[in-house]
Ligand binder design. Structure first.
Ligand SMILES: Cc1cc2nc3c(=O)[nH]c(=O)nc-3n(C[C@H](O)[C@H](O)[C@H](O)COP(=O)(O)O)c2cc1C
Length: 368
């Protein structure tokens, strides 16, 4: 139904408008417990081999919805019924942010990709926390925090740390884990702030004063530089609340992205590319990050980037991801992708002789 009916309709609209419609539909439908249950029956895949415990949190399966889809927690109840093992909301900032001027989201159908130039618009941590007090998903919830993107709040010390601390204070009680988005590719002035890695340590020091037990995940700017990755891991080592790492999209159009879309189409679309073209590069970063955390690490890796099949999800697990997320795949394939991936994962676990997905994590690392 999605590919035959819904997708052609949505793809005729401006991408952001279509997305907002999808959020409104989920918000509305998610208010009905009967509908949520019906959707959960249709999309859920309950298989004990997929259950996994990461950072002390139990997940029904390793597949999650990546940050950016539900920025404000409006659709979270329904999204939690689509079969995902977790949903990550956000990015949410300490204060309301309107993001970049529109248009700021475009599809690249030839690449099964999107160009994202949102600049993290969101309702602010206070409003999102209040909303989450009324509605929660049936699955594990992560909240992704980012520094407020607002020209009147430039990225300077110590304001950036205070901004994150305010969000964390407001939101920590609403989530199973919190991701700190340390490099949004589309907030030009803020994106390089943490290139000085000492600032990551300073931020974590600030946040250690916020009394919360919630596990933290650091969402990093992607790099294949092993030295930089090791450096960040070493800084995190001093802060026991850090339990994982994730990798953001590369900003702009790095050379390594091989795109089929015409240059004329790309030229007028600033922003980061998400979807299948980023898969190979982000898998390389994932693999090096897995090297950097080392075996038996207290850190888990949460990997996204171009997951549109069970094979792609399994590859990330083999490369070291404990949890895998997707976003763009949902735009191109609709919600049926979720059970399709989960069933495909169980088939691959069976094929490779793993009785639990946890045993497959890192199993392909170093194998060409
Ligand atoms: C439209 C859009 C908005 C996004 N917004 C955010 C965001 O606010 N915070 C964040 O950490 N990542 C954001 N992301 C990145 C995703 O969380 C994910 O890391 C990335 O899209 C790679 O996965 P994909 O190829 O399956 O889309 C966004 C991605 C898209 C496509």
């Amino acid at each position: 139904m999605y590919e035959g009916l819904v997708k052609p309709l949505l793809f005729r609209m401006d991408a952001e408008r279509a997305h907002n419609m999808a959020i409104r539909a989920c918000d509305f439908a998610g208010r009905s417990r009967t509908l949520r249950r019906a959707v959960a029956r249709r999309f859920g895949v309950d298989d004990p081999r997929l259950r996994t415990t990461v950072a002390g949190i139990e997940f029904a399966n390793p597949l999650g919805l990546a940050a950016g889809f539900d920025k404000n927690g409006r659709a979270v109840a329904m999204l939690g019924s689509l079969g995902f093992g977790h949903v990550e909301l956000g990015s949410v900032s300490a204060y309301v942010s309107h993001g970049n001027p529109r248009p700021r989201l475009w599809r690249l159908p030839d690449d099964r990709a999107v160009v994202v130039y949102y600049g993290v618009p969101n309702d602010g941590a206070e409003a999102v926390a209040a909303r989450l007090a009324r509605r929660r998903p049936a699955v594990a919830l992560g909240i992704n925090l980012v520094k407020t993107n607002d020209p009147s709040r430039p990225a300077v010390e110590p304001d950036v740390y205070e901004d994150f601390a305010r969000s964390l204070r407001l939101i920590a009680g609403s989530a199973e884990y919190v991701t700190l988005n340390l490099s949004c590719p589309n907030s030009a002035d803020d994106r390089d702030f943490f290139d000085d890695h000492d600032r990551i340590g300073t931020l974590l020091g600030h946040l250690a004063d916020v009394t919360t037990e919630v596990p933290l995940v650091l969402k990093l700017k992607p790099t294949t530089d092993r030295g930089k990755l090791r450096d960040i891991v070493q800084i995190a080592d001093a802060f026991p609340s850090v339990r994982g790492f994730a990798i953001n999209l590369p900003s702009g159009r790095p050379e390594h992205l091989k795109l089929k879309s015409a240059a004329a189409v790309l030229d007028f679309r600033p922003g980061a590319i998400a979807g299948e073209p980023v898969e190979a590069y982000l898998n390389e970063v994932l693999s090096r990050l897995y090297d950097a955390i080392g075996p038996g690490s207290r850190y888990a890796l949460i990997a996204a980037g171009g997951v549109a099949s069970a094979e792609a999800a399994y590859r990330k697990i083999q490369l070291g991801a404990s949890l895998v997320q997707l976003y763009t795949g949902l735009i191109y394939h609709g919600p049926r992708l979720v059970p399709e991936i989960l069933r495909g994962l169980t088939e691959r676990l069976e094929r490779d002789g793993f009785d639990s997905v946890e045993k497959a994590v890192g199993s392909g690392h170093g194998v060409a």
